[in-house]
Ligand binder design. Structure first.
Ligand code: ADP
Ligand code: MG
Length: 714
């Protein structure tokens, strides 16, 4: 370890030196906090910790195991990146996806934090080289996939060649067999740790909130008395929308219009099938939207290219299955549209949550049809897992059914959508958001609610009578036909015309009756039995339907969206104050009622506002700053946000800093980024063209400071 000691970063060392002679616990705490903030500002360029980060980092620095449950975009990476800099030895990050490693390592290296990864895409020699350099103390952070932990060469490296101080387990819910992301190799992590000569601190992070998975993490990773931190699932900068589609064609058109209206923003469309991703992306391309499909059936190389193009803003819209996203840190995704309802709210929240990681306003839209739920039900009833016994399989199915029901309830609810999500994750709510498609009353996405109590009773009576009369069940199609009194010849043969409810709903469409039935299934009033011939029977709550208190409401299709044409100027009121991200309910909604609601409609994406003390953004200046940023980013072959984020540019354009000190005061600017780009931005702010300043690419002088940490250690 001694070879690490002389690599002290000057800026951390100086603050530590001032505090060094003291050894009181309170002083030690204070010194630790000072060092944490110092690294936060100087290395990462952030002013404040986000909720949960400080406690987690502080616990890790006290050598305590931790579990951090923080929603997507909350900043989990920082919780191990920062300690990795402050602790002696190497931090090992275990993460499930190779794409994640590359992005994170690129990002860290940009901030001059020495990091590397080893994974299966590398040749034997490349891997050997990285490990050799890591053994020499060249890196602070090393990323690996869990499968690597069983590799003998890696094991030798970890046990004999490097002091491992911290093992960070990212996406830790992958350890849970109950979750959909279960990754068996995660179960080997404790065994790996047990083989190390000295037990490292183990820190687990996840965004998933399934209570069962949460419990599993600490247990299965064999954490020792971990500090547990769970932060709110509220994402104030996201606006939640639910739109019921009338047909497949309708939702395709909806997506086309949406994409045209948001052409200069990055967005993701999630589809449940590969075929749908192809169809939607082709349609988007045909109207000139820069869109690409992404799914597990594509070649690895093509997938990687697609992803890189998206991150570098060469592709605007990704149309993907759920194979896309985990670990893709593109902070400025302005919208996520779901082409169909996913199977549960966790999955939905995880995917939709990829919007607006930068804290700026972003839209999440869920398009759905009843048919989506039939498809999911089918998958639940027919999907299996060879490793489970019959009983276990039934338990898993039961679990999935109840999650699906909650998803359906989310689609159908007339309550504030943000509150529904928070309540789902067990959080208290305060007031309504005022912006979601249920709260906003601009009519653009809201749906008509109809009472279908009477129809529901008739449907249930019909199913009840059929099950009385026959020893076997009938499928939805037959039951609907009975209720509508259609196809009599066929039904007569089957003896179904004698059912009392024959023709009782003859003035309703087939789809309407199917919808009512689907909703009854969701509510447990009816049940669908999936066999070789799927049938519908009575559910456990069937009797309730006959209660006087029973009532059933249904959301009708939302009004079709109107296109506002392409390329129209979409910069809304731009406002910001010293942009500290979006706070509380400070995001102003967009209720312009033009057919496409969207708080994040600004072409410039900088509409985060804290209404309390607005400082107007100089829009013209903002655009010039963006141009400079684009130029610098191109020069480096890096995505624009790695230069400065939109929020930072917005703050430049509002506060117009005129000196280094003023610029460093702005969130998102650290000494490193100032050194690289500050002068050129100052130049543009003062009316120049930004060509003057240097674009220095100085080598890193940032590595850890052993001495300090030994103190923290003590
Ligand atoms: P998660 O892994 O929790 O989904 P990330 O670690 O990828 O989230 O962080 C999301 C974004 O938040 C990143 O762009 C990161 O730079 C930013 N971020 C993290 N911590 C802070 C902070 N304290 N202040 C401002 N931005 C932050
Ligand atoms: Mg992450």
């Amino acid at each position: 370890m001694s070879d690490l000691a002389d690599r002290s970063p000057a800026h951390l060392a100086s603050s530590a030196a001032a505090a060094r002679p003291v050894a009181q616990p309170a002083d030690r705490e204070r010194r630790k906090t000072d060092l944490m903030y110092s690294a936060l500002r100087k290395v990462f360029g952030f002013d404040e910790f986000r909720p949960g980060q400080e406690t987690l980092i502080s616990s890790i620095l006290d050598h305590r195991d931790v579990v951090g449950v923080l929603p997507t975009g909350a900043g989990k990476s920082l919780c191990y990146e920062l300690p990795a800099l402050m602790l002696p030895g190497l931090t090992l990050v275990i993460t499930p996806l190779i794409s994640l490693m590359k992005d994170q390592v690129d990002g860290l290296n940009k901030a001059d934090i020495p990091a590397a990864f080893v994974n299966s895409t590398m040749s034997y020699d490349e891997e050997a080289q990285v490990l050799a350099q890591a053994a020499q103390g060249r890196y602070r952070i090393l990323y690996v996939a869990p499968e690597r932990l069983n590799n003998p060469r890696f094991l030798d490296f970890a046990c004999n060649r490097v002091p491992l101080m911290l093992v960070a387990v990212d996406e830790a819910h992958c350890v849970s067999q109950w979750g959909q992301d279960f990754r068996p190799a995660y179960l080997d992590i404790p065994r790996f740790i047990a083989q190390l000569p000295r037990r490292p601190i183990v820190a687990a992070f996840t965004a998933t909130a399934t209570p069962k998975a949460r419990e599993d993490i600490a247990e299965r990773l064999e954490l020792r008395d971990p500090a547990k931190v769970m932060t709110t699932f509220d994402r104030p900068n996201l606006t939640w929308n639910v739109v019921r589609s009338a047909s497949k064609a309708d939702r395709l058109e909806w997506i086309v219009n949406w994409a045209l209206n948001h052409a200069d923003e990055s967005g993701i469309v999630y589809c449940s099938t590969r075929a749908a991703t192809e169809e939607v992306s082709e349609r988007l391309q045909s109207v000139g939207v820069s869109a690409r499909a992404y799914h597990g059936g594509m070649e690895a190389q093509e997938r990687e290219e697609t992803q890189d193009d998206f991150i570098a803003d060469r592709t605007r819209v990704i149309v993907a299955t759920n194979a896309f996203g985990m670990g893709i840190d593109k902070p400025d995704v302005r919208w996520v549209v779901h082409h169909n309802a996913p199977e549960n709210i966790e999955a939905y929240y995880q995917e939709a949550g990829r919007a607006g990681r930068d804290g700026q306003p972003a839209q999440c839209v869920l398009l759905w049809m009843e048919g989506d739920f039939n498809t999911s039900r089918h998958f639940i009833e027919t999907g299996g897992n060879d490793q489970l016994s019959r009983e276990e399989l039934e338990t898993v199915r039961q679990h999935r059914r109840s999650l699906l029901k909650a998803m359906h309830a989310y689609c159908m609810t007339t309550q504030c959508l943000r509150n529904v999500i928070m309540e789902y994750f067990g959080e208290a709510t305060h007031g309504v958001c005022g912006r979601c498609s249920n709260c906003a009353d601009d009519g653009s996405m809201s749906s008509e609610i109809v009472d279908v109590t009477g129809e529901a009773r008739i449907v249930c009576a019909c199913v009840a009578e059929i099950s009385r009369r026959f020893d076997f069940g009938f499928g939805t199609g037959k039951i609907v036909a009975v209720l509508r009194g259609s196809g009599a010849a066929d039904l007569e043969k089957a003896g179904l015309t004698a059912v009392e409810q024959f023709g009782a709903l003859s003035d309703h469409s087939e789809r309407f009756i199917r919808d009512v039935m689907s909703q009854l299934v969701s509510g447990d009033y009816l049940m669908s039995f999936d066999g070789r011939f799927p049938t519908v029977g009575l559910g456990p709550l069937y009797r309730k339907v006959r209660d006087g208190a029973f009532s059933l409401q249904m959301k009708q299709e939302s009004a079709p969206v109107r296109s506002r044409g392409r390329g129209s100027a979409r910069v809304r009121r731009l406002g910001t104050r010293g942009v500290k991200g979006v706070r509380g309910d400070g995001v102003s909604g967009d209720t312009s009622g033009d057919g496409v609601s969207g708080g994040a409609r600004s072409g410039a994406n900088i509409t985060a506002v804290d209404a309390a003390d607005d400082i107007p953004v100089d829009e013209e200046l903002f655009n010039r700053l963006r141009e400079l940023r684009t130029k610098l980013a191109r020069k480096q072959g890096a995505p624009a946000y790695t230069v400065f984020k939109n929020a930072t540019l917005a703050e430049f354009a509002a506060l117009k800093p005129s000196s280094e000190a003023e610029m460093l005061d702005i969130n998102g600017v650290g000494p490193k980024s100032f050194e690289k780009y500050g002068q050129q931005f100052l130049d543009v702010i003062s009316g120049g063209d930004g060509e003057g300043g240097g674009d220095s690419d100085r080598d890193s002088d940032y590595t850890t400071n052993d001495a300090e940490l030994n103190e923290i250690d003590s």
